[in-house]
Design a protein around this ligand. Sequence first.
Ligand code: SF4
Ligand code: SF4
Length: 74
Amino acid sequence: MSYKIVASQCTGCSACEPVCPNVAIYEKDGIFVINPKKCTECIGYFDEAQCEAVCPVDATCVIDTAQPRYQARV
Ligand code: SF4
Ligand code: SF4
């Protein structure tokens, strides 16, 4: 799976954008969005999702259960 940003809760503070190791987060119309094709859930980089860790709004960077599970390359 990837993470997603709950659009209705995002304040557009941009804190998440620079911490993503996969450059998966981008701004669109004043709020931020995660490209699920690039998001690895931070697997391979960090023990916790960096966007979720820095986001000041609770439950805004969350797992997107509509996406297939991320598979780390071995
Ligand atoms: S979980 Fe990690 S890889 Fe995915 S968008 Fe957040 S910071 Fe980027
Ligand atoms: S850190 Fe949270 S509130 Fe700030 S832009 Fe990212 S998702 Fe939105």
